[in-house]
Design a protein around this ligand. Structure first.
Ligand SMILES: Cc1cc2nc3c(=O)[nH]c(=O)nc-3n(C[C@H](O)[C@H](O)[C@H](O)COP(=O)(O)OP(=O)(O)OC[C@H]3O[C@@H](n4cnc5c(N)ncnc54)[C@H](O)[C@@H]3O)c2cc1C
Length: 438
C-alpha cells in the first residue's frame, strides 16, 4: 500500500485522541488499532444487552466539555442519575463511602472504626501541612481514617482494586477521588445519621440508550470519519525521519500525538535511548479481568455499583448497567458487570464462586437466573502509582517533549483519570500545539 503524509498523526481513537482531533484546527489523521472508536469508552452488544467496559459513568466538571457533549448529543440524550452505591461486607450493606457510613456493621467493627478515627484525629493535630502527610498509601489511609476503617475497608479494598498492596503505592493518586470526612461525620455515620451525596461521583450522566459508545461515536462523527483510520496499528516509529510504521507501510508526520499505553508506545520507538528503555521498564499497571453477566428477571438490589472489600470473595466491585438505565438489557432482564481482584486464576474458574456471591449479596435468588457470563480483560487498566512513578513519568515526558511528541490521555500520560479528563487532555494538547509547543 502507498505511503502517506499527514501534518499531525494521532495514535488512538479513544476519547483523548478524538478530542485532540476535534480541537485541533489543522490537518490531522487518527490511526486506531481496533475496529472501533472510543478505546475504553466503548460498548459491546449481545442478544439485546449493551455492556460498557465495566461501569463508564459520566462525571462532568468542566463547563466547556459539558457544553461540547450537550451540543453534539443533546442534553436529552442523557439520564441524570443520583448514585446508588453501597458496600457489602460482613454479610450486610452499608452506604458509600464506607468511612462515613459504618452504621449497620457488627458492633465490634463499628467500635473499631470509630475508635480508630478518634485516635487518628488526635494524631493529626500534630501535623502541619500536606508535606507532613504520609507518602505510602497504607499509612495515608491509617493517618486520615484510623486503624478500623483501614482494616475493614480501605486497605483490603484497595489491594483488590490495584492488585498490589497499599504499602507499595503513593497517596498521590487519591487526593481527588477519596472522600475525607471529618471526625464528626464519621461518628454521625456510625450512629445512622448518614451523610449523602459525598464524593466526586454523587451523581452522573448516562446515555438513555446505546451505552457510552454513543459519546465516542458522536465525537468521531464531529471529527469526520474520513480522518479516522480503523484497524490500523502503529508498529514502530522513527522520530528522526518523522515516520510511523503500519506494518510495512509508513505515514510521515510533522507532529505526533500518542494516546496508546506509554510502555507500548516507547517500545515501538527506533533507537530508544537506554535511559528511556530503563524508565519504560519501571512503568507498572495492573490488568482488570471482569465478567459481563446477563440475568433473567429483575435484580434484588437497586445499586449502580457495590464494593466488595472482603478478601474471601474474588470480586472487588459488582455493578449494574440496567439498574442505571433499563434499556441496557432486554425487557424483563437485567445486567451486571463483575470486576475481579483475582488476576491469576482464569476468570472461567471463578464463575461458580462469583455466582455464589451474587446470591449471598441478594442480587439474584437463584443461580439458574444467570443467562450467560462472558469473561473479558482490560490490559493496563490501572496505572500503579508506586514510588518510582513520579520521577519516571516526568523524565519520559520531558524526553518526549524534546522529540516534539505529546503523549496524552490516561494511558499515554500514564495516570489515573476519567473520561472527561481524557477529553480535556486532548483539548489542552491541541492548545499547546497551536501555541507553538512542542
Ligand atoms: C475499569 C475502568 C473503569 C472506568 N470507569 C470510568 C467511569 O466510570 N467514568 C469515567 O469517567 N472514566 C472511567 N474510566 C476511565 C476512562 O475509561 C479513561 O479515562 C478514558 O476512556 C481514557 O481514554 P484515552 O483516550 O486516554 O485512552 P484509551 O481509551 O485507552 O484509548 C487509546 C486508544 O489507542 C488505541 N491504540 C493502542 N495502541 C495502538 C497502536 N499501536 N496503534 C493505534 N492505536 C492504538 C487503543 O485501541 C485505544 O482505542 C474507567 C477506566 C477503567 C479501566
Amino acid at each position: 500500500m502507498a505511503n502517506e503524509t499527514t501534518e499531525t498523526l494521532i495514535i488512538g481513537a479513544g476519547l483523548a485522541g478524538l478530542s485532540f482531533a476535534l480541537h485541533h484546527p489543522g490537518e490531522a489523521l487518527i490511526v486506531e488499532a481496533t475496529d472501533h472508536v472510543g478505546g475504553k469508552a466503548m460498548s459491546e452488544r449481545f442478544d439485546g444487552y449493551t455492556f460498557d467496559v465495566t461501569g463508564h459513568w459520566l462525571h462532568l466538571r468542566d463547563a466547556g466539555m459539558k457544553a461540547l457533549i450537550f451540543r453534539l448529543l443533546g442534553e436529552d440524550h442523557f439520564h441524570r442519575i443520583e448514585r446508588i452505591s453501597r458496600i457489602w461486607s460482613h454479610g450486610v450493606y452499608t452506604q458509600y463511602p464506607f468511612q462515613s457510613n459504618v452504621f449497620g456493621l457488627p458492633p465490634a467493627v463499628v467500635h473499631a472504626c470509630v475508635m480508630g478515627a478518634i485516635e487518628a484525629d488526635r494524631r493529626k493535630g500534630d501535623v502541619r501541612g500536606a508535606a507532613d502527610e504520609p507518602e505510602n498509601f497504607a499509612d495515608w489511609i491509617r493517618f486520615f481514617f484510623g486503624e478500623g476503617i483501614a482494616e475493614h475497608f480501605m486497605v483490603p479494598y484497595n489491594a483488590k482494586l490495584w492488585g498490589v498492596s497499599a504499602e507499595e503505592i503513593t497517596s498521590r493518586w487519591c487526593q481527588r477521588f477519596v472522600p475525607k470526612p471529618k471526625l464528626d461525620d464519621i461518628v454521625a455515620g456510625a450512629v445512622g445519621l448518614n451523610a449523602s451525596g459525598v464524593g466526586y461521583n454523587a451523581s452522573f450522566l448516562y446515555p438513555k440508550h446505546g451505552g457510552i459508545q454513543t459519546l465516542s461515536d458522536a465525537l468521531a462523527d464531529e471529527v469526520g470519519r474520513d480522518r479516522i483510520r480503523l484497524n490500523t496499528r502503529v508498529t514502530g516509529i522513527d522520530l528522526d525521519r518523522r515516520v510511523a510504521f503500519i506494518g510495512d507501510r509508513t505515514i510521515a508526520f510533522k507532529h505526533l500525538v500518542n494516546t496508546a499505553p506509554l510502555p507500548d508506545f516507547l517500545k515501538g520507538i527506533n533507537g530508544l535511548p537506554a535511559e528511556m528503555a530503563a524508565a519504560r521498564g519501571r512503568l507498572r499497571a495492573t490488568e482488570t479481568p471482569y465478567l459481563n453477566v446477563g440475568i433473567e428477571g429483575p435484580l434484588g438490589q437497586p445499586d449502580h455499583w457495590i464494593y466488595v472489600p472482603e478478601r474471601a470473595w474474588p470480586m472487588y466491585r459488582v455493578g449494574s448497567f440496567s439498574n442505571a438505565v433499563p434499556a441496557m438489557a432486554p425487557p424483563g432482564h437485567s445486567s451486571l458487570y463483575v470486576e475481579l481482584a483475582d488476576r491469576a486464576t482464569p476468570a472461567e474458574a471463578l464463575v461458580p464462586r462469583v455466582i455464589e456471591g451474587l446470591v449471598a449479596m441478594g442480587l439474584i435468588d437463584d443461580p439458574r437466573r444467570v443467562r450467560f457470563v462472558h469473561p473479558r480483560r482490560i490490559p493496563h487498566a490501572y496505572v500503579v502509582y508506586d514510588f518510582a512513578w513520579h520521577d519516571t513519568t516526568a523524565a519520559i515526558h520531558a524526553w518526549l517533549a524534546s522529540q516534539r511528541v505529546q503523549s496524552i490521555g490516561r494511558y499515554g500520560e500514564w495516570k489515573y483519570s476519567s473520561m472527561e479528563d481524557a477529553m480535556i487532555d486532548g483539548r489542552e494538547a491541541a492548545a499547546r500545539l497551536a501555541g507553538g509547543s512542542p
